[in-house]
Design a protein around this ligand. Structure first.
Ligand SMILES: C[S@@+](CC[C@H](N)C(=O)[O-])C[C@H]1O[C@@H](n2cnc3c(N)ncnc32)[C@H](O)[C@@H]1O
Length: 266
């Protein structure tokens, strides 16, 4: 199955992504990546794997009416939501392995919380470098490694205990770009010189532990490999393990560390 097919989701799932996951997790990171990339008025900006377009929307405020903002994604449902929310911006279907844009078309190319899902990260970064002007900027955000994620680390422990290490490994994709040196090495190999890198401590917010568990388990191939009883035990153990992160009314505030890298074409 190609990466484009793997990531096709329904319009309903894309609306859930926009209403729940964007405010709960991703909205916090968008201004940080835009600030790191030093986007100016009039810039042409590409948001790669834009999802429902949170980064593109905030970049649009920054570039103003003289600038151009384009979002690209493999999934039509995500793009349909992006178009509904901001019909005035440009949205294109496209796989990051073969971006549908000419070389040196953008002053800034941004990629938020997606690189870890790309089957060929080097090719993706090389494509981002290709579409960036020679003095332009590529900026990416990825989650740090699981060892630096206190709440998510506990959830992985729960899954390991209840479903075994092989099942827990199915949740690995999210944390797979966590090694900052390895990540910087991929940028270099793709023809990009890293000019800044930092780690930010953010917060993922969910209405309940159940909601957090559902996001991580049902959003990963894990859900197809466990039976109902195992999933029930995971939810029960997670309620206990994640109690330190639960506040008033059962809402969860889970620390989420991410790396922000800024690079220039070599
Ligand atoms: C966690 S979402 C982040 C989306 C968006 N950047 C945001 O901040 O809301 C990761 C996205 O990467 C996308 N993705 C995975 N493989 C891809 C590929 N080969 N090309 C483009 N997008 C891909 C998935 O569809 C998914 O929506």
């Amino acid at each position: 199955m190609s990466s484009s097919e793997t990531f096709q989701i329904s319009l309903e799932a894309a609306e859930v992504y926009e209403s729940r996951f964007v405010p709960g997790i991703f909205a916090e990171w968008a201004p940080l990546v835009i600030e790191a990339a030093k986007i100016r008025r009039g810039d042409a900006v590409l948001d790669v794997a834009c999802g429902t377009g949170i980064v593109a929307r905030i970049a649009a405020e920054q570039v103003g009416s003289d600038g151009v903002v384009v979002g690209t994604h493999v999934n039509e449902s995500m793009l349909a939501v992006a178009r509904r929310v901001r019909p005035d911006l440009e949205w294109h279907r496209g796989d990051v392995a073969d971006l549908p844009f000419p070389s040196e078309a953008f002053d800034a190319v941004l990629c938020q919380m997606s690189l870890m899902f790309f089957p060929d990260r080097l090719r993706a970064l090389a494509e981002m470098a290709r579409v960036t002007t020679t003095d332009g900027t590529v900026a990416a955000v990825v989650p740090a490694g699981i060892g630096d994620q206190p709440a998510y680390g506990l959830l992985v422990d729960v899954v390991t205990n209840e479903a075994g290490p092989e099942a827990a490994s199915l949740m690995e994709a999210y944390w797979s770009c966590g090694d900052l040196d390895e990540l910087s090495g991929w940028f270099t190999a793709a023809g990009l010189r890293v000019v800044s890198r930092r780690t930010h401590l953010g917060t993922a917010r969910f209405g309940s532990v159940e909601e957090l568990v559902a996001t991580e388990v049902e959003g990963a191939p894990l859900i197809d490999r466990i039976d109902d009883e195992t999933y029930r035990r995971i939810r029960e153990s997670a309620r206990t393990a994640l109690r330190p992160f639960v506040g008033a009314g059962g809402a969860v505030a889970a620390p989420l560390r991410g790396h922000i890298l800024v690079a220039k074409p070599i």
